[in-house]
Write a protein that binds this ligand. Structure first.
Ligand SMILES: Nc1nc2c(ncn2[C@@H]2O[C@H](COP(=O)(O)OP(=O)(O)OP(=O)(O)O)[C@@H](O)[C@H]2O)c(=O)[nH]1
Ligand SMILES: [Mg+2]
Length: 493
C-alpha cells in the first residue's frame, strides 16, 4: 500500500505515516513544496512523504515468514546492515559519531516505537529543537534527500554485486541501477494480499544481509592486501602515532617524510624505524631550557597564557629552581600583574614566602619602572600575568602594552597539555599579538597522549622550555627535552 503524508516537518509527516500504517514502512520519496496559507497571501514550505507500508498495521506479524538472520558478530558489525539501511532512509540526518554531531533527538524518534499522544509530544519537542537551529528548513530536507540518495547508491552497489555473482531475475537485470535498488525494496507488483508482499520483502532483506556480508569480507581482504604493501616498520609507527592522538594530517606528513628520509632498508624493521624516528624528532624539535644571561642586570621572564593553565604555579616552580639551587643560588623577585582575579596576588605571595623571595604587585603601567629600579640587584625577575581569553583581542593588546614596558624580557606562553590540538594551535596564533619566545606545557600528568604536543611543536617550530607534571611546588617541574617525548612515545613513562 502506497500513501502520501504531508506535514510541516519530515518528523511530523513520518509520525503521521507511522500512526496510520504502523512501524513497518518504507519512505519511497521525500518532497518539499510551498503550500499557500492565509488565503494565498503567504506560502510556507511543507514536506510530503510517499510511503509504502509493508503490512497492515492491525495485522499480526506472520510467524512462519522468513525473519532476519540471528544477529552474529559479523552482521552486527557490518558497515551498513540492512536494518540500518532502512532506518537511515527514514532518519532525517546521517548517523555520525563525530564531535560535530547534531543533537540526536531525531534518532531517538526514529527508534521510538511510541505512537499516539506520547509519541506526539516527543515529536513536538524535536520540532522546536529544529526550529532553533540556524540551518534553513530546505537545507535539512536536502540533507535528507542526500541521505536517501546515498542509501540508494549503496543498494545499487549491492545489487550489482549480486548480479555479478548470480544472474538476477530478468526484470531486475533489465532495470537501470537506481530502479533496481528501488525494486529490491519494493514488494512484487502483482501482490494479491499484504502477506506475500511481506514475505517477499523479508526474503529480499535476507538476500541483502548475505550480500553485505560478502562485500564486507572482500573489502576486508582488499584492505589487508593494501596494508601489506606498506612496510611493516612504518605501519607499526603509524599505529603508534594514532594511539598517541597525533592529528591525522600530521601522521600522513610524518609517514611520508619518514618514508623518504629513513634508510630504505630500515623501514621494514619496527625497532629501527622507532630509533630513527626518535633521532629525527630530536633534530626537528627545539628545546631551550635555562637561558643564559645575555646582558648585565636582572634577567626578566614573564609567563602569559589562557586562564587556569598553571601560570602562577609554574612561576613558583621556576622561582624555586633558581632560588633553591644549592650549587648556583640566584636572588629572585616576583612581580604580578594579576590584580584582575580575586586571590591572584595572595597566591603568588604565598609562593614568594616559601622561597624567601620579594613580591611586588604592579597595578598599573606606571608601577613598572619604579619596581624594576628597586630590584636591579636581583638575578632573576619573574612576572606573573592574569589569564587571558585568547579570543579577547583587546585584553591581549593591553597585556602586550604592559609587558613591553619591561624592556628586554623573555616571555613564555603557557599551554595546558590537556587542551586539544586545534585549540592550542589557535591560542598560539592569537597570543602572537602579545609576542612570546617559547612555550611551556603544563599538566602533562593529566593526559596519556603526547601527539597534540609534539604536533604543535612540529607545526609551529616554536621552542619548548619547560614541562610541568603535577601540582606540587617546587616539584613536578622539568626542563623540556626530546628524551621526555621519546620515552612517553615508547610508553616507558
Ligand atoms: N595536574 C596538574 N595541575 C596543575 C599543574 N600546574 C598547575 N596545576 C593546577 O592548575 C590549577 C590552576 O593553576 P594556576 O597556577 O592558578 O593557573 P593560572 O594559569 O595562574 O590561572 P589564572 O591566573 O587564573 O589564569 C591549580 O589547581 C594548579 O594546582 C600541573 O602540572 N599538573
Ligand atoms: Mg595565576
Amino acid at each position: 500500500m502506497i500513501q502520501k503524508f504531508v506535514a510541516d516537518t519530515y518528523h511530523e509527516a513520518h509520525l503521521k505515516a507511522r500512526m496510520e500504517l504502523g512501524e513497518d514502512l518504507i519512505v519511497i520519496q521525500t518532497k518539499t513544496f510551498p503550500q499557500k496559507i492565509w488565503g494565498g497571501i503567504y506560502s510556507r514550505e511543507v514536506v510530503e512523504l510517499t510511503v509504502a507500508a509493508a503490512r497492515d498495521k492491525k495485522e499480526p506479524p506472520v510467524v512462519s515468514a522468513p525473519v532476519r538472520p540471528a544477529p552474529s558478530e559479523e552482521i552486527t558489525s557490518a558497515p551498513v546492515p540492512p536494518k540500518a539501511v532502512l532506518s537511515s532512509r527514514t532518519a532525517p540526518y546521517p548517523a555520525s559519531s563525530g564531535a560535530t554531531q547534531r543533537p540526536r533527538t531525531d534518532a531517538a524518534t526514529a527508534k521510538s516505537h511510541h505512537t499516539g499522544p506520547q509519541g506526539l509530544r516527543r515529536v513536538h519537542g524535536i520540532r522546536s529543537n529544529q526550529e532553533g537551529m540556524a540551518e534553513p528548513h530546505s537545507q535539512r530536507i536536502e540533507e535528507e534527500a542526500q541521505q536517501t540518495a546515498k542509501t540508494l547508491e549503496l543498494l545499487d552497489a549491492i545489487i550489482k554485486h549480486r548480479n555479478n555473482k548470480q544472474p538476477a531475475a530478468p526484470s531486475t537485470q533489465a532495470a537501470p541501477p537506481r530502479m533496481a535498488a528501488a525494486a529490491a525494496l519494493r514488494p512484487p507488483i502483482d501482490e494479491s494480499s499484504d502477506r506475500p508482499s511481506l514475505n517477499s520483502l523479508e526474503q529480499r532483506l535476507n538476500e541483502l544481509f548475505s550480500l553485505i556480508r560478502d562485500m564486507k569480507t572482500s573489502a576486508g581482504q582488499a584492505l589487508e592486501t593494501q596494508a601489506a604493501a606498506v612496510p611493516a616498520g612504518l605501519m607499526h609507527l603509524k599505529r603508534q602515532f594514532q594511539n598517541q592522538e597525533f592529528p591525522a594530517e600530521i601522521i600522513d606528513e610524518f609517514i611520508e617524510r619518514l618514508g623518504k628520509e629513513l634508510p630504505p632498508l630500515s623501514i621494514h624493521n619496527e625497532k629501527i624505524v622507532f630509533d630513527e624516528t626518535a633521532k629525527w624528532l630530536k633534530r626537528l624539535l627545539h628545546f631551550t631550557p635555562h637561558p643564559q644571561p645575555t646582558r648585565p642586570g636582572p634577567q626578566i621572564f614573564a609567563l602569559i597564557g589562557p586562564t587556569g593553565v598553571g601560570k602562577t604555579t609554574t612561576i613558583a616552580k621556576l622561582a624555586a629552581t633558581y632560588a633553591l639551587n644549592v650549587k648556583d643560588r640566584k636572588s629572585v623577585a616576583l612581580f604580578t600583574l594579576d590584580t584582575y582575579r580575586i586571590g591572584g596576588t595572595q597566591q603568588l605571595d604565598q609562593y614568594a614566602n616559601l622561597i624567601d623571595a620579594t613580591m611586588e604587585v604592579l597595578y598599573e603601567p606606571d608601577d613598572v619602572l619604579p619596581a624594576l629600579e628597586r630590584h636591579q640587584d636581583k638575578d632573576i625577575i619573574l612576572v606573573d600575568t592574569a589569564g587571558r581569553c585568547p579570543k579577547d583581542a583587546v585584553e591581549l593588546g593591553n597585556l602586550r602594552n604592559f609587558i613591553n614596558l619591561f624592556g628586554p624580557i623573555r616571555t613564555y606562553l603557557v599551554l595546558s597539555a590537556t587542551t586539544k590540538y586545534s585549540d592550542m594551535h589557535d591560542t598560539v596564533r592569537r597570543f602572537q599579538q602579545v609576542g612570546f619566545d617559547e612555550l611551556i606545557f603544563t599538566k602533562v600528568d593529566e593526559t596519556d597522549t603526547i601527539g597534540p604536543l609534539v604536533s604543535l611543536l612540529y607545526r609551529t617550530a616554536l621552542p619548548l622550555a619547560y614541562l610541568t607534571d603535577g601540582q606540587d611546588v617546587p616539584d613536578n617541574f622539568m626542563p623540556a627535552s626530546a628524551e621526555y617525548f621519546v620515552s612517553r612515545f615508547a610508553g616507558t613513562c
